[in-house]
Design a protein around this ligand. Sequence first.
Ligand code: IVH
Length: 678
Amino acid sequence: MQKHIDKLPVSKIELLRKKLHKHNYLYYIKDDPEISDSEYDRMMKELIGLEKTYPDLSSPDSPSMRVGAPPLSTFVTTEHSIPMLSLDNAFDDNDLLEFDKRIKKNLNTSDEILYTAEPKLDGLAVELVYENGSLTKASTRGDGTKGELITENIRTIRSVPLILQTPNGIKTPDLLEVRGEVFIGHAGFKKLNQNQLANNLNIFANPRNAAAGSLRQLNSKITAKRPLGIFSYGIGKTTDILAESHWEYLCILKKFGFRINPLIKSGLTIKGAIECYKKISEKRDFLPYDIDGVVIKVDSLKLQQLLGATSRSPRWAIAYKFAAVQETTKLINIEVQVGRTGALTPVAILAPVNIAGVNVTRATLHNEDEIKRKDIKTGDTVLVQRAGDVIPEIVKVIDSMRTGNEKTFSMPAKCPVCGTEVVREKNEAVARCVNTNCPAQVKERLKHFASKAAFDIEGLGDKLVEQLVEKKICTSCADIFYLNMEKLKALDRMGELSAKNIIKAIEKSKKISFSRFIYGLGIRHVGENMAKILAKKYKNFDELASRHPEEIEAVEGIGPVAAESIFNYFRQDKNLKIINRIIESGVTVVYDSIKTKGAFEGKTFVITGTLETWTRNQVKKIIEFAGGHVSSSVSRKTNYLIAGKSAGSKLVSAKTLGVKIINEEIFQKILETSTELE
Ligand code: IVH
């Protein structure tokens, strides 16, 4: 037998495992891959092949375990060695100040207490047990005392280390229990639901439900296909780890190879913690995953121990929750709006409800299919959600509140504004009014034409547009440039001064970049970005209008549907006449290529240090999209170094070479304003 083992490719397997662990860590934890995805896949395939041939050499630590193990018949429960407690909540600054007061009183001190503030991730708490450096057990929080063993499922999560890293020879503890939150990010959630739909499966209501459903799978091969991630935020029972603060714990966990949230701040006074809460809440809408508050923890482990816990929650931590973004209210009516392209959009008229400080009275219902899918009826009690500036939407109907008097909605057969027949084309979710002269469409086209990202005509607001269309003064966007004092003064509530200002604003808008002009035309499927791409590719309208769909589709960033729509737009005489009339009115188009270039055209960037708002890959994609290039090392050719936290040698080289150094905030500003650097 010994002889037989000697022939086994032990060292080959070990080397492959070591390499795969390392590259997994570089990709999922450091966000700084060294090898291509295909190279990684090739190594993994080789390892799986070898393990299949030599089953005696299989190991629960192997990176191949990430693809899932044979299914379980049931979940086994397990007791946590230290209970996994819950957190008390704070809802305003005052609650937090009271928390600080309570702590000082309990400790009988007036000294300033220092805190750590970290995002409260909206996922599921788990405990990972490492014995002699290997992941041996993982469980859900359960009731706090006992949870369910989900070891095989946890092994499939790429950001969970299967074996602890021990850089610079740090000692592997005999026992280490790590606690953290498993979640699904926004991009992964969207993809997962698209996939569920495509396979005729139920879709998940939110990322948290999706993460819960994915973790509670008896078949870990299914879990392996779900885009689960983890941030670790604490330690349970452990041996050999010497630390004085929670922050030190987090730093040690990071060294062992765990993913720690980059927004965590330490050494904060209670006022600093409140500031940090505000900063994190401002970032909330831009984060790629859901958070529902900020957890404030006493940093000193000694003080934590002195403070202790109630049966429910520790006295040394509190969750400062964000204001609710979901509320229930009554759906009073469903109105149908006609958009710029004739699309009929049902809109829910709601009994006014305050959601996170904003009075909400309407919510979009998207289209008829969406109403059917969510089974929404007039008179229903519904759960409404708003996130940042996004239009509020209905999450679900509260079935238990139904009285039987609710009314089913059906899309009108005729346009509610002009009475023209409504058409819903095959494979389209949207019903449309096909009359391009429909006053509702003309109004929306004018509003779009005058909007900030298009001709940016100040003063030409919704009310004025309504009058101009209703009084038939404007039947197309071109008519805007033929307005004069006489026509304007004839309108209701229009004084001499306002009319003058509008004429001035129209004059000012007459010098316009090619991309804004294209965008302003409101061609279906052509948004701001696509308009920029078209303006960069084509010299002028003549060239753009002469292209066939296949040629347009060949342009990077333009798909077949948009290409067809652009082609059709320029085949309609009416549209060509509008463009000509606009130009004849004295509008000058700036075809200046520099203006339409990406903000980072021709610039070389190097990224270093830990970024807080984006991952490195995201930043890379943004730069490349804006025409720039990302290089891995600093040289004289580097234009900008984006330096995150703890930047090291690259920062030094950049300083020596006189390379411009920017931080994430400046980078974001450049992106928002789309101004060129320098
Ligand atoms: S600390 C004893 N830190 O919040 C301390 N919890 O309501 C308990 N959570 O079950 C946990 N992010 O699922 C902590 N940064 C964070 C967290 C966090 C999310 C969750 C966790 C816990 C729940 C408590």
